[in-house]
Design a protein around this ligand. Structure first.
Ligand SMILES: NC(=O)c1ccc[n+]([C@@H]2O[C@H](COP(=O)([O-])OP(=O)(O)OC[C@H]3O[C@@H](n4cnc5c(N)ncnc54)[C@H](OP(=O)(O)O)[C@@H]3O)[C@@H](O)[C@H]2O)c1
Length: 248
């Protein structure tokens, strides 16, 4: 087992990529704390993770929320080895239609929430700790209607480099995992109509060189590599899991 005796915090660990990663981390021997906003999803995730899981309800957009999450980890485990800062959402809208509320919501969770989750978690991480940030293939391409989401993910890509540099002297690695289109509830929350969702799905199948959506567990395996000592000499990098969409 690759994570025997490790303590991991997984934000957005109640659904999709985060939940698949939390489950994989538990199978690899870790104790995992998951964070989400929705009570029912938190309870369902806690039930799936069993004795090795613990669910904390927090809206990471809220001031002080990252502090409270770090405090919950400290109370339960006293320390942390792995942070998977993964909670996020996207809203599709062309430039003229983007509202200030949509802008603040996406920046609030994808960038601000992630930044302070890292800041408040670092005091719990020892040498050898690993931070994995979820960015997106969107950080490298221009997709109409996804300006704010893509910019938040480019900010996250940048953080892997700057925080990787800042934390390297403390023996803490920071990397990003960069999913392409993955089958999770994410797309259904983007505010698109049924027809637009269908067109997007057809576009993915046509444009992804491997010809399909990825599965959450395929991103989880990349996150496991970055979280574990298998990547002990890797920091500041981005591991792209997108079926070749942004690469070939
Ligand atoms: N799916 C894709 O195609 C894709 C592609 C590239 C990147 N990504 C990135 O992958 C990450 C995970 O997405 P996913 O596909 O697994 O989507 P998902 O199934 O919708 O999961 C999102 C998770 O984030 C949590 N979350 C959202 N807002 C939150 C907040 N304010 N505070 C705390 N937790 C919050 C959700 O919890 P609640 O439901 O309880 O709020 C949920 O656990 C995101 O950062 C996303 O941008 C996804």
């Amino acid at each position: 087992m690759k994570l025997e005796g490790k303590i991991a915090l997984v934000t957005g660990g109640t659904s999709g990529i985060g939940l698949a990663t939390a489950e994989l981390f538990v199978r690899e021997g870790a104790q995992v704390v998951v964070v989400g906003t929705d009570r029912a999803r938190l309870d369902a995730a806690a039930a799936r993770l069993g004795d090795h899981g613990f669910a904390v309800q927090a809206d990471l957009r809220a001031p002080g929320a990252a502090d409270r999450v770090a405090e919950a980890v400290r109370e339960r485990h006293g320390r942390l080895n792995i942070l998977f800062a993964n909670a996020g959402l996207g809203r599709a809208a062309p430039l003229e239609a983007v509202t200030e509320a949509q802008f603040d919501e996406q920046v609030g969770i994808n960038f601000r929430g992630l930044f302070f989750t890292v800041q408040k978690s670092v005091p719990l991480l020892d040498r050898g700790g690993s931070i994995v940030l979820t960015t997106s293939f969107l950080n490298a391409v221009g997709t109409p209607g996804l300006s704010v989401l893509s910019a938040t993910k480019a900010a996250v890509r940048s953080l892997a480099r700057t925080l990787g540099a800042e934390l390297a002297p403390r023996g803490i690695r920071v990397n990003a995992v960069s999913p392409g289109p993955i089958s999770t509830p994410f797309a259904a929350k983007m505010g698109l109509g049924e027809q637009e969702l269908r067109a997007m799905a057809e576009g993915v199948e046509a444009q992804v060189p491997l010809g399909r959506f990825g599965e959450a567990v395929e991103v989880a395996r990349a996150a496991l590599f970055l979280a574990s000592d298998d990547s002990a000499f890797v920091t500041g990098m981005e591991l792209i899991v997108d079926g070749g969409l942004s690469q070939v």
